[in-house]
Design a protein around this ligand. Structure first.
Ligand SMILES: Nc1nc2c(ncn2[C@@H]2O[C@H](COP(=O)(O)OP(=O)(O)OP(=O)(O)O)[C@@H](O)[C@H]2O)c(=O)[nH]1
Length: 667
């Protein structure tokens, strides 16, 4: 943008005079704070915020016509654009710097990296022109800041960001979603903890209905970083004192009531009128003098600014260093350009090697230092959780509830298995028949569990392979497919193993676990009581049996003869069934780590590397030789970011040294 555009002639304006005589703060204080402000401004110019490092910032917000521009004009002693609709269409970073009285004021704008010098009379037009350059000449808004530097006698050393005023109804030419876009922009600026919110509200409205107040309450509930400037005290003096004392809207940093310049008044006249108003007006003169007037506002802002800077600086230094180290480390991990097939194969083997090592750590050894906060990657613990749920599912299978129709099934099986023999001799076939039915009822569960477990392992394996191959995106879809095929094979092996287990359990009832006999004996001690209940017609028929729960045995009074044997059969099966279920779970608990071990240590290499290098392969090795544009882009971005952070680290190092020499800045 050229100077000629900024220097559009207009009617001469009344000469803006300094905001306060004498200057609001002692010169020595300004001398001390200036370097800190310069350092933060330099960091802002370096766009360190794009690196995710927040800077302490005073953000000016307010509803439309709240008097936002007038407050900024009062502080800077210059004229800002005014007009219909929104004038501020881009964030305006205002850097105010005090000068000696004998120095001539200097103003310039920084537009898209270019400096445009301008004089006080034409600053308003220059801002309008610069805004058009940045955001186009329509009525739209854009989150691309414009910087205005004002070096002038009597202005406080302050940097503030002025944002578009909140408007509800779009005027002609404004986009329909203007309200949403402005709100988004405001929220982005006021959300960081490092931002101080300067909320401009008019004395003529109820504060609780102000949208800017409602927005700042969303991000600063206690109000500890919100300061309210109440404008138009002259227009609506009634009840103002009560409003600011009651503090219904939780403004933690307090209120400052002001009366801005009206019409074409000079700034000096405006300050005199303001002082007179708060001295003499019957409704305003009793408001505490520490919360009225533009000079007080200037002093409060510089103090707050110094405090927040002192508070944030150590954190900024820490974050810059952390980010710099992380980016340098990431740059060093970026792949070199590969120039031959041999180099590509070596690079691929390295990917496989490091992925395998990570998988050994995560899946087998349970070391999750790479994912301390991600529970899904704490694999052994997740697998144990899955096994526990699997055991619960097996135990709670409704078909195998021992209480439903207590002993009826046993009776039926015993009747069918009856042969010529001694009456108390328990037929083996009866036991096996029952066992087969029970195993059949749960037989789908081991298979489903196998599928679930491998789904989870697949997620982890693919995630690790993708992480280790992120520098070769051209390989990733093939690698994902190859890993998926391999896991399918593993899943199939587990399925075959589980089917075999189910069949084995159906065929033979055996255990060497002494727990079986101990449990059966314990439960059989209830047999006498059970038979008494069956035989004595007058006894209540519900009873609680250990290992079974509460049962009703009324229906068994018609089967007195076989009931005793059926009871025995039930107790054997109950004791044995626990062993069978544990065997299902234990076997899976041994099978899975063994399979994962094989997968990581043998199958992965055999399968995936084998496929990669087989003759007439898919050409993946050749593809590795061409660097993916996304990787080249990433390298460039990292280099840029490292440069910005190195430069920023130098800026903060200088200021930290200076603070060490001068002492605390926030006094
Ligand atoms: N009487 C009086 N009028 C004021 C005061 N402050 C601002 N005004 C007037 O209120 C109107 C709106 O003020 P602006 O400073 O343009 O308000 P704004 O919030 O920047 O407005 P938009 O840019 O439209 O959002 C103007 O006519 C100002 O002259 C004040 O303290 N007293």
């Amino acid at each position: 943008m050229g100077d000629d555009r900024a220097l559009v002639r207009r009617e001469p304006q009344p000469q803006p005079l300094s905001v306060a005589h004498p200057p609001p703060l002692a010169a020595s204080y300004n001398d001390r704070i200036r370097p800190l402000l310069d350092a933060v401004d330099k960091l802002r110019n370096l766009k360190v915020m794009k690196e995710g490092i927040q800077l302490p910032t005073i953000v000016v917000v307010g509803d439309q016509s709240s008097g936002k521009s007038s407050v900024l004009e009062s502080l800077a002693g210059i004229s800002l654009p005014r007009g219909q609709g929104i004038c501020t269409r881009v964030p305006l970073i205002m850097r105010l710097q005090g000068r000696r009285q004998d120095e001539i004021p200097k103003l310039h704008l920084e537009v898209n990296g270019e400096i445009v010098h301008v004089d006080e009379d034409h600053i308003s037009d220059a801002i309008v022109t610069a805004t058009d350059v940045i955001a186009g000449s329509g009525k739209g808004i854009l989150n691309a800041p414009l910087t205005l530097v004002v070096k002038k006698d009597g202005v406080p050393d302050l940097t503030m960001v002025d944002l578009p005023g909140i408007t509800r109804v779009p005027v002609h030419g404004q986009p329909e979603n203007i309200h949403e876009k402005i709100s988004e922009m405001i929220m982005e600026y006021i959300r960081p903890e490092e931002s101080i919110i300067l909320n401009v509200v008019s004395a003529t409205v109820d504060f609780s209905t102000c949208e800017s107040i409602q927005m700042s309450q969303m991000v600063d509930k206690t109000g500890e970083r919100t300061l309210a400037v109440v404008t138009k005290a002259d227009k609506s003096p009634e009840g103002l004192q009560d409003k600011v004392t009651a503090d219904d809207v939780n403004i933690g940093l307090g209120y400052v009531c002001v009366r801005n310049r009206i019409g074409e008044e000079s700034y000096e006249k405006a300050r005199m009128e303001e002082a007179k108003l708060f001295e003499t007006h019957p409704l305003l003169r009793n408001i505490d003098k520490s919360i009225v007037g533009v000079p007080v506002l200037a002093r409060r802002l510089t103090q707050i600014q110094a405090t927040i800077m002192g508070k944030c600086l150590p954190d900024i230094v820490k974050k810059i260093n952390e980010k710099l180290n992380a980016n340098v480390a990431e740059l060093s991990r970026m792949p070199k350009n590969l120039s031959s097939v041999a180099e590509a194969v070596a690079a691929f083997m390295q990917i496989m090697g490091s992925a395998k090592e990570s998988l050994r750590k995560i899946l087998l050894r349970g070391e999750f230092d790479e994912y301390p906060d991600e529970e899904t990657m704490h694999c052994p613990a997740r697998l144990v959780g899955m096994l526990n749920r699997y055991y619960d599912e097996l135990q709670n299978c409704p078909e195998n509830d021992p209480r439903t129709d207590f002993l009826l099934e046993e009776l039926k099986v015993l009747e069918e298995a009856e042969g010529i023999g001694l009456p108390n001799f328990l037929a083996r076939t009866a036991f096996l028949t029952l066992l087969q039915r029970k195993v059949k009822a749960v037989s789908s569960k081991p298979l489903c569990f196998g599928v679930r477990a491998w789904d989870y392992i697949e997620e982890v394996v693919i995630r690790e392979l993708m992480r280790h191959s992120e520098n070769y995106p051209q390989l990733q879809s093939w690698l994902r497919r190859a890993a998926s095929n391999l896991i399918n094979k593993m899943r199939e092996k587990t399925r075959a193993r589980m089917m075999e287990t189910v069949e084995m359990e159906k065929l033979t009832g055996y255990t060497c676990n002494p727990e079986y006999l101990a449990e059966w004996n314990r439960m059989m001690t209830q047999q006498n009581l059970f038979m008494q209940v069956i035989n004595d017609e007058y006894r209540p028929t519900t009873m609680v049996l250990e290992g079974i729960g509460q049962v009703d045995v009324r229906h068994l009074r018609n089967h007195k003869q076989l009931a005793q044997q059926a009871f025995d059969l039930k107790m054997r099966m109950t004791a044995y069934w626990k062993i069978v279920l544990r065997r299902f779970v234990d076997l899976m608990a041994l099978h899975l780590p063994f399979s994962v071990h094989n997968l990581v240590n043998e199958e992965m290499e055999k399968d995936i590397v084998g496929e990669l290098i087989r003759p007439n392969g898919s050409g993946n090795i050749e593809r590795m030789l061409e660097e993916a544009p996304s990787v080249a882009g990433k390298r460039e971005k990292l280099n840029r970011s490292v440069n910005v952070l190195r430069e920023s680290a130098k800026v903060v190092a200088r200021i930290v040294d200076r603070i060490a020499m001068d002492g605390d800045y926030s006094e």
